[in-house]
Ligand binder design. Sequence first.
Ligand code: SF4
Length: 187
Amino acid sequence: MGKVRIGTVWLGGCSGCHMSFLDLDERLIELSQVAEFMSSPITDWKLHTPIKEYQDYPEVDITLVEGAVVNTDNVEVLKIVRERSKILIAFGDCAITGNVPAYRNLFKVEDVLNSVYIEKATHNQHVPSDRVVVPRLLGKVVPISHVVKVDYFLTGCPPSADSIWYTIKCLLENKQPEFSRENYRYG
Ligand code: SF4
């Protein structure tokens, strides 16, 4: 049997979930013996946001998606990734609930942009119009399940390395992860 194909995606998140993935430490070696990383910001820095980098997202068995959906690029990336993933996991609380990025839902988009790029800017005060610099923000930040079907929800801010390992191991062994308090918690 060939290796399981895994991808990870970074939308509107702080990268903490990916850092937790790296906390698998020596288990990454074990994982690399049965799985292949097809696409991940861990292995290619360009895969943070630019939509064009995701046009070539490969067909994979499992994708973990970190972060909430905050802009129009995130929506497009997520749809591409969903189409090409057999199993899609909402990876961490931002992907599941919106979490920290969703704090901005308390304000209007224009007010947020003006505050960041004009009122609090110390030089070059203007809201960037180039989509590569700031993709168009959605009116509201939403969890990824509002855009695509999600197969599993891996809670935590970030999820612990142990819960990531447990979930991936179950899926590699064709078992359903058990959503017990021990393995899954918010925050
Ligand atoms: S869930 Fe927490 S660690 Fe993960 S991206 Fe969101 S804020 Fe960062």
